[in-house]
Design a protein. Structure first.
Length: 411
């Protein structure tokens, strides 16, 4: 029973502790209420709360006149758009005003009365004679060569207030065309074409090749032809059995070859002659050369050196392949998880290197021969001294000197 007093003592301490806690909470609440009372703004006005309805309304006016740094992008855009719109409106009004002024000037110019006289109205007409009476008669209208004036274009009998002839409404047509020539060759400075001074298209003559040629057949053969030297061996044949004195005249031509036809084509370029009066005639001529068979161009022998180069390239390629095979014979190939590995026996390194080097060198030689074969192209061989024909495809004037020489030979 000795434990009862101890229990009683513990209960008293616990009650004491509870009392202390309660007193502490009461003090805290008192302090809180006192602080709220002291911080009340209505306590100074006698405790009467103000009516919120009596407060003045807040100022919500917003000023747009803020510095540029504080303006938003929308405000800046609105301001700039207003300025641009005003400028466009001003320009539009200015254009409307100018257009109206121009229309007024045109209307006034069409119906405006004659300008008033600079003399006073009370000035006597007897003091100065009439201006129209003192003026000389108006000059006749200027005439132009080949011009045709339409009726009503100008009336020479009517004179305006200023003494100038009055031009009536109408259209003036001026003909600038050249006068017609009744007969060709009758125009001034153009000599008449005759068989003595002109070679018409379709004329032909026997010629002889003074120089042979190797006509190229490459891609640039037409733009870089081979020159040919030709001499005419007869007087030439013109239409209607007329003849021309072109014997012994010489022609310089240009030739190129055609591999598909195995023929060389020659086009005429320059015709040169010397008259008995020691005058030289040199003119450009257009035509072609026809062979003995009557066809355009001359048949010749095709000569090509590409086969030699191609053969040498083939031999070099075969030797290069043989060297590569020998080099691979000395190479051992082993396979492992990492892949195929090629190895060479140390005692066969010299043989393998010699075979590989020979294969590489022969391959380069084969490439060289192939490049040379591409540069070569076949040619058509034409020998000198062949007698063929030339045909003129476009008329050519020989000049007055040639005509005078032909007339001298006829006499």
């Amino acid at each position: 029973m000795s434990s009862l007093p101890e229990i009683k003592g513990k209960s008293a301490v616990k009650r004491k502790q509870m009392a202390i806690v309660l007193f502490g909470l009461a003090g805290f609440l008192a302090l809180l209420i006192g602080g709220l009372y002291m911080s009340d703004p209505n306590r100074k006005n006698g405790g009467a709360a103000q009516n919120p309805m009596n407060k003045p309304p807040p100022d919500v006016t917003k000023s747009f006149k803020t510095p540029a740094s504080g303006r938003t992008d929308q405000e800046v855009w609105v301001t700039k758009s207003e300025a641009d719109l005003k400028q466009l409106q001003t320009q539009y009004e200015d254009m409307q005003r100018r257009l109206k002024e121009a229309e007024d000037r045109e209307s006034n110019a069409g119906s405006a009365p004659p300008p008033p006289s600079s003399f006073p109205q009370n000035f006597s007409s007897t003091a100065v004679p009439s201006t129209r009476e003192n003026l000389p008669p108006p000059p006749p209208p200027p005439s132009s060569i080949g011009s045709r004036a339409q009726p009503g274009a100008m009336s020479p009998g009517q004179v305006g207030p200023d003494g100038q002839p009055v031009r009536q409404p109408g259209i003036q047509v001026i003909d600038l065309s050249e006068p017609e020539i009744s007969e060709p060759g009758k125009a001034a400075g153009v000599p008449k074409r005759t068989s003595k001074n002109y070679l018409p298209a379709g004329s032909f003559a026997k010629v002889k090749l003074l120089s042979g040629m190797d006509a190229p057949t490459g891609a640039l053969a037409r733009t870089q032809p081979t020159p040919v030297f030709i001499v005419i061996k007869d007087r030439g044949s013109l239409p209607n059995d007329f003849r021309s004195n072109v014997r012994e005249c010489r022609i310089v031509g240009a030739a190129y070859g055609d591999l598909s036809a195995e023929r060389a084509y020659i086009r005429l370029e320059t015709l040169t002659c010397v008259t008995p009066d020691d005058e030289i005639v040199e003119v450009s001529v257009k035509g072609y050369v026809a062979g003995e068979d009557g066809k355009t161009g001359l048949r010749g022998d095709v000569v090509s050196k590409q086969g030699q180069m191609i053969g040498k390239a083939a031999l070099a390629g075969l030797a290069s392949g043989l060297g590569t095979s020998i080099s691979q014979a000395y190479t051992q190939v082993s396979t492992n998880p990492l892949g195929a590995v090629q190895t060479v026996d140390p005692k066969d390194i010299g043989k393998q290197g010699l075979a590989q080097g020979a294969a590489t060198a022969l391959e380069k030689i084969a490439d060289f021969y192939i490049a040379r074969a591409e540069e070569l192209f076949p040619v058509i061989e034409i020998g000198a001294g062949r007698t063929v024909d030339i045909v003129i495809t476009e008329g050519v004037a020989l000049g007055d000197a040639f005509e005078r020489a032909a007339l001298a030979l006829e006499e």
